[in-house]
Design a protein around this ligand. Structure first.
Ligand code: NAP
Length: 248
């Protein structure tokens, strides 16, 4: 593991499964104390226990990120449990793919507003540590797709918000960056589901990835860790694709 986050304090919002889980485990493996939040208590505790195996503090909080009040409660609790905060990763998604009210609400509330709200609550602590915020968007936020109107619009807003937030906070020493993954496959994830249930979509997507395969969650985690590390000290306001060339 090339990164050293010993003594650093990390929150991963939406950290119990998939990419968020890989990010949380990556930081823990590199020595960080980590807090994750999500809704499903069983998955949350399972991942918290996995994080704890690396021997550093592992905290988990039940939190519905689609609402302001649970975020206002979870983030300070996590900061208290960790004893500070160096890195906030806003990873959760409502996966609101349809063009209906429910999808738009989920996309705006979970993909966009949860990042805004968690950042706002974490800000005073991040100012002290001169920490990092990393927002997880998507290639869908960079290119329009008729399949994902709500999700894509919310992710585009996350990208725009990242740049604004980075400019607002640059003088405080807080860096803000965004990772935009391409298609990332893992058991129980959206692409494993499509492979089983929508093979034509899966195969068409795969055919459009120049590298010829789906990405892995840890490949996203490594870029998040790089951005949060001192190696990226002059990197802020950037949108980094992690996609094997997808969407060229
Ligand atoms: P995932 O497997 O669905 O995991 C999402 C995580 O967020 C889980 O821990 C989930 O736990 C939590 N979560 C979802 N809604 C929540 C809510 N309302 N409150 C609290 N926690 C919530 O997602 P993923 O595929 O790993 O994606 C992670 C990020 O990468 C997302 O921002 C996604 O848009 C982005 N991304 C993914 C891909 C891909 O191919 N997988 C591609 C591009 C971008 P609970 O359900 O228990 O709450």
């Amino acid at each position: 593991m090339p990164f050293d986050f010993k003594g650093k304090k990390v929150i991963v919002c939406g950290g119990s499964r998939g990419i968020g889980r890989s990010i949380a485990l990556g930081f823990a493996e590199a020595g960080a104390d980590v807090s994750i939040c999500a809704r499903n208590p069983d998955t949350l505790e399972k991942t918290r226990a996995e994080i704890a195996r690396f021997g550093h503090l592992a905290h988990a909080g039940s939190c519905d990120l689609s609402k302001e009040a649970p975020i206002a409660k979870y983030v300070p609790e996590a900061v208290k449990a960790l004893g500070g905060l160096d890195v906030l990763v806003n990873n959760a998604t409502g996966y609101g793919y349809a063009d209906d009210e429910k999808s738009w609400e989920a996309s705006i509330n979970v993909d966009l507003l949860a990042a805004v709200r968690a950042s706002r609550v974490a800000l005073p602590t991040l100012e002290k540590s001169k920490g990092n915020i990393i927002n997880i968007a998507s290639g869908s936020g960079l290119r329009p797709s008729v399949r994902t109107p709500a999700y894509g619009a919310a992710k585009a807003a996350v990208i725009h918000y990242t740049r604004t937030q980075a400019a607002q906070l640059a003088k405080t020493g807080i860096r803000v960056n965004c990772v935009a993954p391409g298609s990332i496959e893992f058991p129980g994830g959206v692409w494993a589901d499509r492979k089983a249930n929508e093979p034509a979509l899966y195969n068409a997507t795969l055919a459009n990835i120049p590298a010829g395969r789906m990405g892995r969650p840890e490949e996203v985690a490594h870029v998040v860790m790089f951005l949060a590390s001192p190696l990226a000290s002059w990197v802020t306001a950037q949108i980094i694709g992690v996609n094997g060339g997808q969407g060229l």
